[in-house]
Ligand binder design. Sequence first.
Ligand code: OOG
Ligand code: NI
Length: 273
Amino acid sequence: MHTDRDTLFQNLWENYCEVTPSAGHIHRLLDNTQGKAIVNDHIALRTFNPDRLNLEKLAAHFKALGYQQGGEYHFKAKKLYAQHFEHPDPTAPKVFISELLVDQCSAALQSTVHALVDAVDPSVTTADNFLYSGRHWDLDYATYQQLLEESEYAAWLAAWGYRANHFTVSVNHLSQFKTLAEVNQRLKDEGYQLNSSGGEIKGSPEELLEQSSTMADRAEVAFSDKNAIIPSCFYEFALRYPKADGQLYSGFVAASADKIFESTDSNRTDNKR
Ligand code: OOG
Ligand code: NI
């Protein structure tokens, strides 16, 4: 049966692949090793915390589809707060939504971000396509650069707006790869650059979750004064371990997530196109 949830994730996937060609390539590469479909463990979305656009506005779209709030996560140094959402149907992808705590940032960043947020028509957040609707404000290249100096997250979000930041292959559901190390090696053999911040594999069996990710692709953004090629989105790989009750752990690990955020960092080596 084709559900509204399938349609939403399909629209998010297509929008994400437009600026993340490596995800399509890796998906096909892994798919060719499989006798069954690749399962998406989760997606992640980013936003700013002023009321008009806060985490709740994004979460509402998932709650309307039956998702419920799971854990919450704090990222003190990056000034981020996040929650994850899961669905009673265990085959539904989990959703990780973070927001930048703008009030904790510099006065300059606050005034820049408030101008972006104020430019958004409040009605857009309830539109069906909001989660893959891109940017709702003008942004010039110098302002992007200024944001980048203080918060890579703020700069990425200002440039790309609303879209899936990443999709995630569930390694538990791969037939030919049992460990993240095997997946990572295959990707490196193909020439993909992995995020090595905190080590290529983040987390551990004890934490019940291991994760790795590519470094973001690069794609062209139309700033108001010029076009420029900047980091877009990345692909993630997650291996979950069973809890004492035998069910796979369904949460996230803050210390690992803290490093996954850095997959859109432009100071790191570029991924191949
Ligand atoms: C989210 C980073 C965290 C995870 O799986 O821990 C995350 C982001 O980069 O927006 O996705
Ligand atoms: Ni993730």
